[in-house]
Write a protein that binds this ligand. Structure first.
Ligand SMILES: NC(=O)c1ccc[n+]([C@@H]2O[C@H](COP(=O)([O-])OP(=O)(O)OC[C@H]3O[C@@H](n4cnc5c(N)ncnc54)[C@H](O)[C@@H]3O)[C@@H](O)[C@H]2O)c1
Length: 329
């Protein structure tokens, strides 16, 4: 399969590329083209383990660049679309880039895929498009009720992608996954932010009462779900992907403190995030039953391994947490 991966220098996209080229896809991979704008969240170092692989081509470009995208897409068997602005807090501070990349960028790619007759377009969406659920879990039939500018822009792109299937017959498949954790995640998201701060002997900011609940999935398990959807998924179909590992932010913080050998005194309470959704939870019954997917990483082991990775890879994250260290002199 010849795959075009947008956002392939980011956290999840780079894991997908490393796994695809590392022989972990359940189908042969003849080439991978990464299209990435290298925003603050994109990092060529995330692809270092596969940089010497002759099947990998890296293209520095923006998914909103229609001419660029139109020349790139022909010749690919599938587009796997990760590129997005992905941090909720940044979307609260300013939503413009979120609408630009997540909505307009996705529409630009969909148009190009239509013209290039790309056989499969896999749109990587998120559980956040459903909005908060107090009890139980959302199935794929649930209407979308996003609440943050991030999740609203992702819902817009998710529905646009599905509309290109309904209207034009494009083979669009959509995944809606819960929170990912693992190595190479930019240290603004909670797990790498807390881990790197604690490893440096610093404090960590806990939002509000810390009772917001998220479901956690190892990034490799997410990528395995995407491989399964690429191979056996159906056109126009949505697949929820969840880890079944729900934790409140307080519980998560406790585990990270333990893993880093720190005490609760390292936690500082900060005012809650505006519009902070209480709980996300997706029902993954469809992908388990139809595609035989199940997570392989046990959360406790995956989290310990992730903390160990940050402990052993300071050279990856220190330039990101201390940009001034890059300055000359
Ligand atoms: N992180 C999670 O827990 C999670 C969970 C479910 C779904 N998702 C979705 O998965 C996808 C990837 O998430 P992530 O955590 O890896 O994000 P990330 O922020 O780590 O990476 C995003 C990548 O997209 C690139 N990018 C941004 N704007 C671009 C543009 N205009 N053109 C080209 N490239 C651009 C960035 O340079 C970066 O490499 C996103 O679509 C996100 O909504 C993430």
């Amino acid at each position: 399969m010849r795959i075009l991966v947008t956002g392939g220098a980011g956290f999840i996209g780079s894991c997908f590329v490393r796994m695809a080229l590392g022989g972990q896809a359940p189908f042969p991979v003849s080439s991978v083209t990464v299209l990435d704008a290298l925003t603050y969240a994109g990092n060529r170092a995330n692809l270092a383990p596969v940089a010497g692989d002759g099947r990998l081509e890296f293209v520095h470009g923006d998914i909103r660049d229609a001419a660029r995208v139109a020349t790139l897409l022909p010749g690919h068997d599938a587009v796997v679309h990760f590129a997005a602005e992905s941090h909720v807090d940044r979307s609260i501070a300013g939503a413009g880039e979120f609408v630009g990349t997540n909505v307009v960028g996705t529409q630009t790619l969909l148009d190009a895929a239509l013209r290039a007759r790309t056989p499969v377009f896999l749109h990587v969406s998120t559980d956040e498009v459903y909005g908060s659920v107090a009890e139980g879990s959302w199935t794929e039939e649930e209407p979308l009720r996003p609440t943050s500018p991030y999740s609203a822009s992702k819902a817009g792109s998710d529905l646009l992608a599905l509309a290109y299937h309904s209207t034009h017959g494009l083979d669009v498949r959509v995944s809606r996954c819960s929170n990912n954790y693992g190595p190479y995640q930019f240290p603004e998201k909670v797990i790498p932010l807390f881990t790197t701060s604690l490893l440096d002997g610093g404090t960590v900011p806990l939002y509000g009462d810390g009772l917001n609940v998220r479901d956690w999935l190892h990034v490799e398990d997410h990528c395995r779900a995407l491989f399964a959807i690429l191979r056996d998924g159906r056109a126009g179909r949505v697949y929820n992907v969840g880890g079944g590992q729900e934790l409140s932010n307080r519980q998560l913080t406790r585990r990270l403190l333990d893993a880093c050998g720190a005490e609760w005194s390292s936690v500082r309470a900060v005012p809650d995030r505006k519009g902070h959704d209480l709980r996300y939870s997706v029902d993954s019954g469809r992908i388990r039953a139809e595609l035989g997917w199940a997570p392989r990483h046990r959360f406790e082991d995956g989290l310990d391994a992730t903390v160990a990775w940050y402990r052993e890879n300071r050279s990856w994250w220190e330039p990101l947490t201390r940009p001034q260290s890059l300055a000359p002199g």
